[in-house]
Design a protein around this ligand. Structure first.
Ligand code: ATP
Length: 326
């Protein structure tokens, strides 16, 4: 493009392991290509308040292995108003930032799309969320690490569940998407997954649990995706307790442990590839696109597609889970 001399980078929304690896990749790739890099702290909030620092290669040393985000992250209501976005635009003008790389989830990319259109401003997005709920990419940065964290935690719960012959309902994150619950259930040999994409047939769940214990299973584990559509693990456990008082039912809500920790090799590599691709995209004059990965190839996904389309659950996985939990 030639007109981009300085890029800004920010992380926004919920943090995800691998965001630091992405920040490192964007920074170093930009500098390699002769661009100046300005780090914006606390997401869109920092854009409005002007919390900005020039980054050199050493600012991103020794962070590839760290969870969280060194840029901090925040939710910013002001950015949802035209006045807030105008202030953000004025900051960018003042700082001489010609284009932005925004790392975050669905909300972050929605904000990026609105801002880019409103101010005719070049933005490239990176999918940074443990939920894996962005369309057009096989995986989002942080999803694999969160899945592995769930696996480790459920394995531990299985030990105690088996010793006490208990039925556990374990709630995992996902924000209206069942990827973590479904793949987490397969990875841990859980008996079932309750996910928002598929209406839970409660009778079937009861049968499954009954049959499992009848066949002398020592424990049962059901992963429940947090969502108003599933009602969560607590509500599900209450129902089961009332109907099957013979079972020793327990609930574990994994909570924020799922967001933390050192990113897996998969997430570090994904974030590194995507970060470098974000700079390539800007230099190729791409704008309003999210970097995705499909069949191991980097792709550019228009914001509209990434945000507006619900990413479908692979129903074969549900079938696999059902077959393997007999
Ligand atoms: P996660 O998926 O991990 O929750 P997210 O990026 O979806 O991450 P959100 O809190 O939904 O997290 O969004 C982050 C920020 O993006 C919001 O705080 C807000 O500043 C901005 N944003 C979200 N939706 C909009 C919108 N409709 N218009 C403008 N800005 C928005």
């Amino acid at each position: 493009m030639g007109t981009i001399k300085c890029i800004g980078i920010l992380t926004s929304g919920g943090d995800a392991p691998g965001m630091n690896a992405a920040v490192r990749a964007v920074t170093r790739s930009a500098i390699y290509n002769g661009l100046e890099v300005k780090a914006i702290y606390r997401g869109y909030k920092g854009l409005i308040t002007g919390e900005i620092e020039t980054f050199r290669t050493q600012n991103v040393s020794n962070i590839i292995q760290q969870g969280g985000t060194i840029l901090k992250t925040a939710r910013c209501k002001e950015f949802m108003t035209p006045e807030g976005r105008q202030e953000a635009y004025e900051t960018l003008q003042r700082e001489g930032i010609d284009a932005l790389v925004c790392i975050g989830g669905d909300g972050t990319l929605t904000g990026a799309r609105i801002f880019a259109t409103e101010h005719n401003y070049p933005i490239v997005g990176l999918p940074g969320t443990i939920d894996n709920d962005l369309f057009g990419t096989d995986s989002t940065i942080g999803y694999d690490t969160a899945l592995n964290t769930i696996m480790d935690a459920v394995d531990k719960i299985r030990d105690t569940a088996t010793s006490h012959e208990r039925l556990f309902f374990i709630e995992v994150m996902g924000r209206d998407a069942g990827f973590l619950a479904l793949n987490g259930a397969i990875a841990t040999g859980s008996e079932a997954a309750i996910i928002p994409e598929i209406a839970t047939e409660y009778d079937q769940l009861g049968e499954l649990i009954k049959n499992g214990f009848r066949k002398s299973k020592n424990s049962s584990i059901v992963l429940v995706a947090e969502s108003p559509l599933t009602g969560g693990a607590m509500a599900m456990a209450e129902r089961v307790k009332n109907e099957y008082p013979q079972y020793d039912v327990r609930v574990t809500i994994l909570g924020h442990i799922q967001r933390g920790g050192s990113p897996t090799a998969f997430d570090r590599i994904l974030a590194s590839r995507m970060g470098a691709a974000a700079i390539d995209a800007l230099l190729e004059d791409q704008r309003n696109v999210m970097i995705g990965i499909q069949n191991d190839e980097i792709v550019y996904v228009p914001f509209n597609k990434a945000i507006k389309n619900d990413k479908p659950i692979n129903r074969d996985l549900l079938n696999t889970l059902r077959i393997l939990s007999i």
